[in-house]
Design a binder for this molecule. Structure first.
Ligand SMILES: C[S@@+](CC[C@H](N)C(=O)[O-])C[C@H]1O[C@@H](n2cnc3c(N)ncnc32)[C@H](O)[C@@H]1O
Length: 295
């Protein structure tokens, strides 16, 4: 008899499945497995230097965390991917300890290999956990950051994520978040809503945060000195690389020896950034922000 009962896939299973299937393809975007966009800074980067811009976004996060003013800080990398940002920061702050948190087991395995290769095992570790429920005592982190990962948390205000961020930071501890946000909760025009839904599906997301609700939640939970910077024009030059990277990905796949059919996740991972590019042009509805503050 045919099994007619469809397995209910949880949000977490969807995220893990996506990152396990498409994870290695991030190599087409970044040789260091940076799984985020880049930051253009005049005098530091040029728009054609993608890897430099990707590292520059991490540098902007590091500067806002003020790690240089801390002694032997414990830094949490929430939704750490393969740990590229932690390893980058570890080269700049040689007295800091980094704890990467991700729910994807494959990322822990592969990320630990990259950390070993870089000789950083003493100061960069990775833990498989949900960033909304971490197996650590409250107040242990001196600093915490989330680069393009808070978007995976539940709801338009990402309450569970913000509450847990507040719990793990010590008083005076700093946080930085970088991500794409909705600018308001006005309904999107039909064509844009379709693009938005495609983008969410492809990246195993449920909904982007609303910047106003997110900021309100940060205040409500008790964060101080909150700073919200719209850096959309700074990340735009890295968006401009997307069509070329997507083309190159399909070209390399097509001409590869032992070519195997691409999974749905791999195709969506390669095409999703194109939807993201179009969303980026809808300036009334979406923006990219760097948000920082202190407990
Ligand atoms: C786009 S990647 C960003 C990775 C990394 N921050 C970077 O910039 O290279 C999103 C990451 O969030 C992680 N993630 C999603 N939901 C999570 C959760 N509930 N707890 C921990 N990690 C989560 C995924 O496993 C993935 O590593």
């Amino acid at each position: 008899m045919k099994n007619i009962i469809k397995k209910q896939v949880t949000t977490k299973e969807r995220i893990i499945n996506y990152y396990e299937k498409a994870g290695l393809d991030y190599a087409a975007w970044s040789q260091n497995f940076n799984m985020h966009f880049g930051y253009f800074k005049f005098g530091k980067t040029f728009p054609w230097q993608l890897e430099k811009m990707l590292n520059q976004l991490t540098e902007e996060v590091r500067l806002r965390l003020k790690l240089d003013e801390m002694t032997d800080p414990w830094v949490f990398d929430l939704g750490c991917g393969l740990g590229s940002s932690s390893r980058y920061m570890a080269t700049k702050n040689t007295d800091a300890y980094f704890y990467g948190i991700t729910i994807t087991p494959w990322q822990i395995e592969f990320g630990k290999g990259l950390t070993k290769e870089a000789g950083m095992e003493e100061r960069v570790s990775m833990i498989q956990a949900d960033y909304t429920n971490m197996p650590v005592a409250g107040g242990v982190a001196d600093a915490a950051f989330a680069m393009e990962s808070s978007c995976y948390a539940k709801g338009a205000d990402k309450k569970d994520f913000v509450d847990e961020l507040y719990r793990v930071l010590r008083p005076g501890g700093r946080f930085v978040i970088t991500d794409g946000f909705r600018k308001n909760s006005r309904p999107l025009p039909g064509w844009l809503n379709k693009i938005y839904r495609n983008n969410l599906d492809g990246w195993a997301l449920t909904e982007l945060a609303d910047i106003n609700l997110f900021a309100e939640r940060l205040k409500e939970v008790g964060f101080k000195k909150i700073k919200i910077e719209d850096v959309s024009w700074r990340v735009a030059p890295s968006f401009a690389h997307i069509p070329f990277i997507t083309l190159r990905f399909f070209w390399n796949w097509f001409f590869s020896k032992n070519r195997k059919p691409l999974s749905k996740e791999r195709i969506e991972n390669a095409t999703c950034p194109l939807w993201g590019m179009l969303m980026g042009l809808a300036r009334n509805h979406f923006s990219y922000y760097i948000i920082s503050g202190e407990k």
